[in-house]
Design a binder for this molecule. Sequence first.
Ligand code: ZN
Ligand code: ZN
Length: 137
Amino acid sequence: MPEWKTSPVIGMFAVVVMIACIVVAVILLQPKKTPTLLMCEKCNTQFEMELARNVQFPIACPKCQAKTAFPAKKVQCLKCGWTGVIIERAVELKPLTPDEQAKLTDEQRLARQKGAEGVVCPKCGSGEIKTILGEGK
Ligand SMILES: [Zn+2]
Ligand SMILES: [Zn+2]
């Protein structure tokens, strides 16, 4: 029965099939790159970049070289009409210590809550914001 193990033809065939499988797997597993709108938190530069889906933020800013670029989206404030590009706050928000949290004013706390859900208008602080353009446009 174990004749196939010694047959060089079948053995070669098995190796070829294995290599083909690996090649296909590598192609399928390659992360798709999608153009993403980004904004640098430090210098406010907006730029578009082809990013792999599994990229870790923040990434390096092409202008100031600092690792402070986050995904951004073009938004319009439904309250005051402001339009612009805004960093997706949910990514940017850092967890606060209970001490820091206690120092927040109600307004700041509300802004953080809104921020955690999505984005707030930098002009009037309203959370009623409509995305015009952004990721997955
Ligand atoms: Zn920058
Ligand atoms: Zn506004």
